[in-house]
Structure formats: C-alpha cells, structure tokens
Design a protein around this ligand. Structure first.
Ligand code: GLA
Length: 342
C-alpha cells in the first residue's frame, strides 16, 4: 500500500479547535508518504528518510501512554500509537518519507499518523480516522491536541480551504481566489508541543469554560464575567478569533483579500498578546512580512512557540528565494489518499 497525507497550513483560527470554535485551514502540496507491504510477521518495521533508526512495533502493542512514551527511537512512538489505535491485522515492512519540516506548525505529526493509518489498511469514516489519530498522538506524546490538524488533512479538496466548525465537525469548502499568493515562511525556531505551554493553555480554556460554557460559542465581552485577568485574556482571544475566522471566510468568498489580510494580522496580535503563544522571533517575522510592499497580512500558524508564519500577498509580491529563510508559495491541495503498490 502507498499512502500519502499532506501537511496543512492554518490560514486563521488557532487554539479554537479544542474550544468548539472554528478554523479555516488548507492542505499543502507537501506530504508524508508511507509504503507498506504486509507480511506474516507480527511486527511492523519501518524506516524513515528523516529519522535515524527503524521503528519496530508489535501489532499487539497496547494503547498505553506510559508504554508508548518509552518506545525508541522517539519517532517510533507515533508508529506505535497508530498501530495501537488502528490495530492492523498483519505486520509488515515499509518506509516513510516526508517533504514537511518537522515541528514547524505544518502538522507533520498528523500527516505521519494519517498516512500510517491508511497504509495499515484503515477503512472507515474520515472523522473516525481523525479521532483515532488524535488518540494515537495523545497516547504517544501526551499532547492533548485538538482535531484541527487531522480534520484539515483527511478530505481536503484542491483549490479550496476548509472551514471547520468544531462544535459538530462540519466542514465547508471555501474556494481560495487565485488573485492572492499564500506564503509559508519558516522562522527556524523549533519546538515540540509537549515541552510548550500547549497543555497549560488548554486547561486555562477549560477552566474558563466551566463558568462560561464552550468558549468557541461564547459572545464577545463574555470574558468580563471572569475575575482572573489571565483567563479573561485567553477567552478574549478564542472569542475574537472565531469572529475573525467567520469574517475571513466571508471576505475570501467575496474576493476582499485586503480584509482577509487585515484579519490575519489581527489574529497574530491576539495570539501574541492575549493567548501568549508567540515568540520574539515570530513577531519580528510577521513585522518584516507585513512591512513588505504587496503583503496583505501575516500570522503565526498552528500551535505557536516557534514554527512557521503564513502570509497573504498580491501575486508575485514576495520572491520566496529572496527571503533568506525557507519559504514556500503554496496552493490548496487534495487531502489524504492511498493506492496499491505496483
Ligand atoms: C496544534 C494542535 C491543534 C491546534 C493547533 C492550534 O497544531 O495539534 O489541534 O490546537 O495547535 O490551533
């Protein structure tokens, strides 16, 4: 089996997924590929082009977080997590290759998980696949991630971003105008979400939601009911970010790309000031991009604490080869797929 799952760039709507909010993301034409040939063995053995040392995992491995987090080499934890969540009936051998930068906010881990699950023969509903991969990631890394990455990857369509409503996981395709460029710029700062304050942010949101209900469905100003100034800021980010996502989707559909860019830059400010997931390096990169002629807006994308920035610009305004950092001009790509190996 040959399975391919793209990475994603989130155009707007970060830290909204685990709050029953909304986000608008697109699949990338950079992907992870898994080739897998089932055999009689009870072990899955995979090599990776990006990692040293093979992953060797029993198909009977339990979905047990203590055990999974002790698996070595560390990348094999994802393999073990997916094996435990998907339960392939047979072992086998194969290889993994990826075009995605790892730990850069482009969903390299979700892309690995989904391509593994498909290569192991997963059949079934795309949302169940997304949930199985989310549980694999939680067990393997301890990061209580939401469903943004997996859902934006599973059934994306070329030329379209996906507006996801996490209250019911409904997805609406939003055509992206060809009159804008989408640029992804790598800050070079690397993080893994398990050593960041991701889990802390999530529990702050949960604490606020115990008083207010799901933050993604709360009204602007609802944070005023809270006395804790930190929780107030977290709520203000989530509520205003969901509002920006809806306005961004409308602006894109109407071709109002200036408005879309302005909303992206406002999203960055909110993530930096109210949600505190930016870094001086990301702020400087967003500042540099938004000061460039023809750039309409820019923001950090994904969990934050490093990784990539996404920018919207007039066509050709930025030459990706002249930025002095890894930079990709991207178009919305199709979602995950698989085919028989020939
Ligand atoms: C990471 C998580 C997602 C989401 C983003 C922030 O990518 O895996 O579930 O929470 O951060 O929007």
């Amino acid at each position: 089996m040959l399975a391919r799952a793209p990475g994603r760039v989130n155009l707007i709507g970060d830290h909204t997924d685990y709050n029953e909010g909304v986000a608008l993301a697109m699949a990338l034409d950079m992907a992870t590929e898994v080739r897998f040939v089932p055999g009689p063995s009870r072990f899955v053995v995979l090599d990776s082009s990006a990692e040293t040392g093979p992953a060797r995992v029993s198909i009977d491995v339990p979905l047990d977080d203590v055990l999974l987090r002790s698996v070595r080499p560390p990348w094999a934890r994802y393999v073990a997590g997916v094996v435990a969540a998907v339960r392939p009936r047979r072992g086998g051998t194969g290889s993994v290759s990826s075009e995605l930068p790892i730990g850069a906010g482009l969903a390299s881990s979700a892309s690995l998980e989904i391509s593994l699950a498909l290569a192991f023969g997963w059949t079934g509903d795309p949302l169940e696949l997304a949930r199985a991969c989310q549980s694999a990631e939680l067990a393997a890394t301890g990061v209580p991630c939401g469903l943004l990455d997996q859902v934006s990857i599973i059934d994306a369509a070329k030329g379209h971003a996906t507006l996801i409503d996490f209250a019911d996981l409904s997805r609406t395709r939003v055509p992206l105008p060809v009159s804008v460029d989408v640029l992804v710029v790598d800050s070079g700062e690397r993080r893994s979400l398990d050593d960041t304050a991701y889990a802390e942010r999530r529990s702050e949101c949960e604490a606020a939601a115990r008083s207010l209900g799901p933050l993604g469905r709360s009204k602007p100003g609802s944070e005023r009911a809270l006395s804790d100034p930190v929780l107030r800021r977290r709520v203000r980010h989530v509520v205003s970010e969901c509002e920006r996502v809806r306005r961004f989707a409308r602006a894109v559909v109407c071709g109002d790309v200036e408005e879309a860019g302005t909303l992206m830059t406002a999203s960055h400010a909110s993530l930096a000031r109210d949600f505190e997931v930016s870094t001086p390096g990301l702020d400087a990169l967003v500042g540099e991009l938004t000061a460039t002629e023809g750039v309409l807006g820019a923001r950090l994308t994904g969990g934050g604490f490093g990784g990539c920035v996404v920018a919207l610009s007039r066509p050709g305004a930025v030459d990706p080869t002249k930025l002095g950092r890894p930079c990709w001009l991207v178009r919305p790509a199709d979602g995950a797929s698989r085919s028989e190996l020939v």
